[in-house]
Design a protein around this ligand. Structure first.
Ligand code: NAP
Ligand code: MG
Length: 474
C-alpha cells in the first residue's frame, strides 16, 4: 500500500492543514492500492504564497541557471523511470510495457525537448528601435488528468521551469502516485524552494481555489470540456490566461491507395492503446465506401486480436481507469447499438474470463457521422468506422465535428496525403505515422486553446513586453 499523505510546498514535504484522506483504487483489482491526502483552500493559500515569493528570484535567473537545473532533473528522472512506470501501471491500469515504455518515455521526451528549446529560445528580439522581450508570466496553476499522467504533468512543468515561472501542480485523484514521485525527483534535483509546489485533492476544492486565486496568473488545464469551461469562467474575473487542452474525436483517414488491411489493422490496434483513453486518439476511422467490407474484416480481426488482462501481465490492454469511466463507456456502447450502428467486434460487458476490474471489450462499430457515438468523445476502447465516397467527402466528415484536436492520414501518394492534411481543421495531423516532440500540440474548436510540446509550449508561460526607443547596444 502506498501512503502519499504529504504535500510539497516551499521546498518541503508538509502535512495538510486539515487531515483528510482518500483511497486510490487499483482499476485492475477494484481494491485500494494506497491513499493520498485531500487538501483544502488553506493548503492552496500556502502553496500560492510560496510560489509568489519564489517568483521574485526565479524569474530573474539566467538561461544557463535554468538549463543546469533541467539537466539535473533529467539525471534524476532517468534514475527513477522504473518507479514512475510502476506507479502509472498501478494508478491507472496501463499495461506494464506501456506504463514503463511510452508513458514514462513521453515525460523523458518532453524534458529533452524543453532542454533543447531552452538552449536556443529567443527571449529577446530587436525590431527597429523596439526591443520585444518575452518574460515569465508569473505563478502558474497546472491542473492535470489521469489518462497519460506523466505526459500531462511533464508537458506543463518543464516549459514552466524553463521560462522562469513558478507553479502549483494539482494532480488527478485517480492517478496521483506518479506525480508524487515526480515531485520527489524535482526536490532531489534541487529545484529552489517555492518554484514547484504540489497539492493533492479534489478538483472542486483545489482546482477552484487555484482558478479563482488573485495571485495565480495563468492556468494550464488538460481534461474534460466541462471542467475546462468552468475553470475559464472562474478565471475570467481575474483576467487570467487559461490554456486548455480538452477532448477530441479525431479522424483517421485511410486513402484509397493505402494498404487498406494493414492500415485499418494498425488504426484499430492504435485505438485500443491505453484502453482508448487518449485525447488525440483516431476514434473515427474513415475508409473508402467501395472497400468498406475489406476494412470491416481487417478491423474485426485486429480488435479481436487485442489481448485484455492484468496490467502486470503480458496483455495489450488493461482496464479503464475507474468505475465511472467503465459505466460511461458501457452506456456509449449500448447507445451505439440502440442508435442502429453495426457492431462488428466487442460490445457490452467485460471480456470473457474477467470477472473483476474495469475491463472493457475492444469494440468496433460501423456507423455514420451524425450518430452520438461518432460525435462525442467516448474515452474508451471504442472505434467507429465511417465510409466516405471521395476525398472531398472524407474531409467533410473529418471536419464535421465539434472538436479539432488531431487527425491522421495514411496513403501511398505523399502529395495527396499532404493536401488532405492541410484541409483538416485540427491542430495536429500525423501523416503516415509522423511523430515529433517539437511539433506544437493543441486544439481547434472545442478541443481547446493554446499549444503545448517543445518550443511552442514555452509561449503559454511567457508575457510579451515592448521596450520602445530601445537603442541596440554597440
Ligand atoms: P476532469 O474532470 O476534467 O479532470 C481533470 C482535472 O481537473 C483533474 O485533476 C480534476 O480533479 C480537475 N478538476 C475537476 N473539477 C475541477 C474544477 N471544477 N476546477 C478545477 N479543476 C477541476 O476529467 P476526468 O473526470 O478525469 O475525465 C472525464 C472526461 O474528460 C473523460 O471522459 C474525457 O472525455 C475527458 N478527458 C480528456 C482528457 C484529455 O487529455 N483531453 C484527459 C482526461 C479526461 P479530480 O482529481 O477531482 O478529478
Ligand atoms: Mg472529473
Amino acid at each position: 500500500m502506498r501512503e502519499y499523505l504529504k504535500f510539497y510546498i516551499d521546498g518541503q514535504w508538509v502535512d495538510p492543514i486539515e487531515p483528510k484522506t482518500t483511497n486510490v483504487i487499483n482499476p485492475a483489482t477494484e481494491e485500494a492500492s494506497g491513499s493520498i491526502s485531500l487538501g483544502s483552500t488553506a493548503d492552496v493559500e500556502k502553496a500560492v504564497a510560496a510560489a509568489r515569493r519564489a517568483f521574485a528570484s526565479w524569474s530573474q535567473t539566467s538561461r544557463e541557471e535554468r538549463l543546469e537545473l533541467l539537466l539535473a532533473i533529467q539525471a534524476e528522472y532517468h534514475k527513477r523511470m522504473g518507479e514512475l512506470g510502476e506507479a502509472v501501471v498501478e494508478e491507472m491500469g496501463a499495461p506494464s510495457a506501456l506504463g514503463n515504455g511510452f508513458h514514462v518515455g513521453l515525460g523523458a521526451g518532453h524534458l529533452a525537448a524543453a532542454i533543447d528549446s531552452l538552449r536556443t529560445f529567443q527571449f529577446e528580439e530587436q525590431r527597429g528601435a523596439t526591443l520585444v522581450v518575452k518574460e515569465p508570466i508569473g505563478v502558474c496553476a497546472l491542473i492535470t488528468p489521469w489518462n497519460w499522467p506523466m505526459n500531462q504533468t511533464t508537458v506543463k512543468i518543464f516549459p514552466a521551469l524553463a521560462t522562469g515561472c513558478t507553479m502549483i501542480l494539482k494532480p488527478p485523484q485517480l492517478a496521483p502516485y506518479s506525480a508524487h514521485i515526480l515531485a520527489e525527483i524535482l526536490h532531489m534535483a534541487g529545484v529552489p524552494a517555492g518554484v514547484f509546489n504540489m497539492v493533492q485533492g479534489s478538483g472542486s476544492v483545489i482546482g477552484t481555489a487555484l482558478s479563482t486565486h488573485p495571485e495565480v496568473d495563468m492556468i494550464s488545464f488538460t481534461g474534460s470540456e466541462s471542467v475546462g469551461v468552468e475553470i475559464a469562467k472562474n478565471a475570467a474575473p481575474g483576467v487570467k490566461r487559461v490554456c486548455q487542452e480538452l477532448g477530441g474525436k479525431s479522424a483517421h483517414i485511410v486513402l484509397d491507395d493505402a494498404n487498406l488491411a494493414a492500415n485499418v489493422a494498425a488504426a484499430t490496434a492504435g485505438m485500443m492503446v491505453n484502453s482508448g483513453q487518449t485525447c488525440s486518439a483516431g476514434a473515427r476511422l474513415l475508409v473508402p465506401a467501395s472497400r468498406l467490407e475489406e476494412a470491416v474484416a481487417a478491423a474485426k480481426q485486429a480488435a479481436e486480436g487485442v489481448t485484455v488482462g492484468d496490467p502486470k501481465g503480458d496483455f495489450a490492454m488493461g482496464p479503464v481507469v475507474s468505475k465511472g469511466q467503465y459505466t460511461d463507456i458501457q452506456r456509449y456502447i449500448e447507445l451505439g447499438i440502440s442508435e442502429g450502428a453495426r457492431l462488428i467486434a466487442g460490445g457490452p460487458g467485460r471480456p470473457d474470463g474477467l470477472a473483476k476490474g474495469f475491463y472493457v471489450k475492444p469494440t468496433v462499430f460501423v456507423t455514420t457521422n451524425d450518430k452520438t457515438i461518432a460525435r462525442e468523445e467516448i474515452f474508451g476502447p471504442v472505434l467507429v468506422i465511417i465510409a466516405y465516397d471521395d476525398i472531398d467527402h472524407a474531409i467533410e466528415i473529418a471536419n464535421d465535428s465539434p472538436f479539432g484536436l488531431a487527425g491522421y492520414v495514411v496513403g501511398a501518394d505523399a502529395a495527396q496525403c499532404n493536401a488532405v492534411a492541410r484541409r483538416m481543421r485540427t491542430g495536429w495531423v500525423s501523416i503516415n505515422g509522423g511523430f515529433d516532440f517539437q511539433a506544437p500540440f493543441g486544439g481547434y474548436k472545442k478541443s481547446g486553446n493554446g499549444r503545448e510540446w517543445g518550443e511552442f509550449g514555452f509561449h503559454e508561460y511567457l508575457e510579451i513586453k515592448s521596450l520602445l526607443g530601445f537603442a541596440p547596444a554597440g
